[in-house]
Design a protein around this ligand. Structure first.
Ligand code: AMP
Ligand code: ZN
Length: 496
């Protein structure tokens, strides 16, 4: 690391203040993000958590180098809801979990998320979970009760340090049913291991069973990243009990801090008809699936909409937000298309822009800065022109490329957030069928015929050709496609 290493500040939920981020080892910066429980499609609230972590991953890669950041996001493929879904549908658990894990990865790739370095599955890490539980029992942090193993929260003085919950205020911080309260020493004790359900279980020294929810992340974080990780992320809803319990298990088993920085994203919510803002969640029944949105919107439009609010602010989701994001992206792609970013220039990320992102990943301000890039590009265009004209007067020629360089900087800066990743041509033609491209080609042919007919005074042929070309243009237009003249006079199709 050099003195020029950019400084990232992050709000640490553990200390409740913004701190300068210092990794344990700048050649191996580690981050963990709690991944999905795979039994159905992910919604756009889940996408927010994934996109926030993805931006953090990209920023860390920018600072420390691509090969020096290790990101683990798990797959929860054992859970009561999965077992119930498999039973309902009469299929093997794996059939459900593998299908939805694949869809999750496809959906996230479509909204521009890089694959994490590791994507461990809970079912591949049962051994690691059992080892932690055994250690906790041996050291008296956990106890066996009626086929269950519980973590004894009264043994961990720091319990509540992340969420600010005190033991006195806690009346049971896990997802166990009422009946299990009787098996616990303290109401806030949470389950590490429970008996097998519907034949789903693994052999363990404390009885055949399945893991509680929290233990999997402690095991997988240790396995992939080590006993102390740099940054742990997730939505605010996970702070308690999930992350609080991860800390309790990991810190008691390993005698080390589990994570030095905790980054939590706020909710994505919806405005209900009565004006109340409600968190998007499966239980509230108000989810919009990423999978469905992708049928109507480009992934980058969804991504921009998700990044418009700072991750620690609530994001109110709406169709208008998507429309506005689409219009902005169209405008930016038009701008860079006209400027034609210089491919051979090493593009720098603008420093003032970068500073906004480095300030606790302020994507809202960073995106606000995009209007400055537009000004820079327009100003440089005028300047390039002025210089050219001036030299012309003196009988010389000079071609400058400030405009192209500014455009390349804009693209590099937007790429840091996973935006403007496409070629403008690809952006504007995205999703247009081969048949429509063929119609655009036919349009050019018919127009050429019309022009030729005009030249030879063949009015009838000219009229027929023009009416055919008009019909093609109108047909395309009725389906939201416009014809524009591209390079060499060839028509290109664009979405209106
Ligand atoms: P889950 O599958 O419910 O455990 O959620 C996966 C990730 O999405 C977690 O980090 C959650 O905190 C996050 N999450 C769930 N719902 C929302 C929401 N409405 N807004 C933002 N993040 C959410
Ligand atoms: Zn977790």
């Amino acid at each position: 690391m050099t003195d020029n290493t950019p400084t990232l500040t992050l709000y640490n939920s553990l200390t409740r203040k913004k701190e300068v981020f210092t990794p344990q080892d700048p050649t191996r910066v580690t981050m963990y993000n709690c991944g999905p429980t795979v039994y159905s499609y992910a919604h756009i609230g889940n996408a927010r958590a994934a996109v926030v972590a993805d931006v953090l991953f990209r920023v860390l890669r920018h600072i420390y180098g691509e090969d020096h950041v290790v990101y683990a996001r798990n797959i929860t493929d054992v859970d009561d809801k999965i077992i119930a879904a498999a039973k309902d549908q009469g299929v093997d658990i794996k059939e459900i979990t593998e299908k939805y894990a694949r869809i999750y990865n496809e959906d996230l790739a479509a909204i521009g998320c890089l694959p994490p370095t590791y994507q461990p599955k809970a079912t591949d890490n049962i051994g690691g979970m059992i080892a932690i539980i055994e250690k906790l029992i041996a050291d008296d942090y956990a106890y066996v009760s009626d086929g269950h193993v519980f973590f004894d929260v009264s043994k961990f003085d720091d319990y509540g340090k992340l969420s600010g919950n005190t033991l006195e205020n806690l009346r049971g911080g896990d997802r166990v049913g009422e009946g299990e309260v009787a098996r616990k020493k303290n109401a806030a004790d949470f389950v590490l291991w429970k008996p097998e359900l519907d034949g789903v279980g693994w052999d363990a020294p404390f009885g055949k069973g399945r893991p509680g929810w929290h233990i999997e992340c402690s095991a997988m974080a240790k396995e992939t990243l080590g006993e102390t990780i740099d940054i742990h992320c997730g939505g605010v809803d996970l702070k308690f009990p999930h992350h609080e319990n991860e800390i309790a298990q990991s810190e008691c088993a390993h005698g080390k801090t589990m994570a030095n920085y905790w980054a939590h994203n706020e909710f994505l919510s919806l405005t209900r008809p009565d004006g109340y803002q409600q968190k998007m969640s499966k239980s509230a029944g108000n989810v919009t699936l990423i999978h469905d949105l992708l049928k109507d919107w480009h992934g980058e439009v969804i991504r921009l909409a998700l990044l418009k609010a700072h991750y620690r602010s609530e994001l109110v989701w709406s169709e208008d937000l998507l429309r506005e994001s689409k219009e902005q992206l169209d405008g930016w792609y038009r701008l860079i298309e006209a400027a034609d970013p210089h491919p051979n220039r090493v593009a720098q990320i603008d420093k003032n822009y970068l500073n906004k992102i480095l300030d606790d990943i302020n994507t809202a301000e960073g995106i606000g800065f995009f209007s400055k890039f537009r000004q820079y590009i327009n100003f440089s265009r005028q300047n390039d022109y002025k210089i050219k004209e001036q030299y012309k007067v003196e009988g010389m020629t000079k071609v400058t490329h400030h405009e192209e360089t500014r455009a390349a900087e804009f693209v590099a800066s937007a790429n840091l957030l996973g935006l403007l990743q496409k070629d403008p041509e690809e952006w504007f033609s995205g999703g247009i069928s081969d048949t429509d491209h063929a119609l655009a080609a036919e349009y050019d042919t018919v127009r050429a015929e019309a022009v030729a007919a005009k030249k030879f005074g063949d009015k009838a042929a000219m009229g027929a050709a023009f009416s055919r070309s008009d019909a093609i243009r109108d047909d395309l237009k009725s389906r939201g496609l416009v014809l524009e003249t591209g390079a060499d006079g060839v028509s290109v199709l664009r979405k209106a």
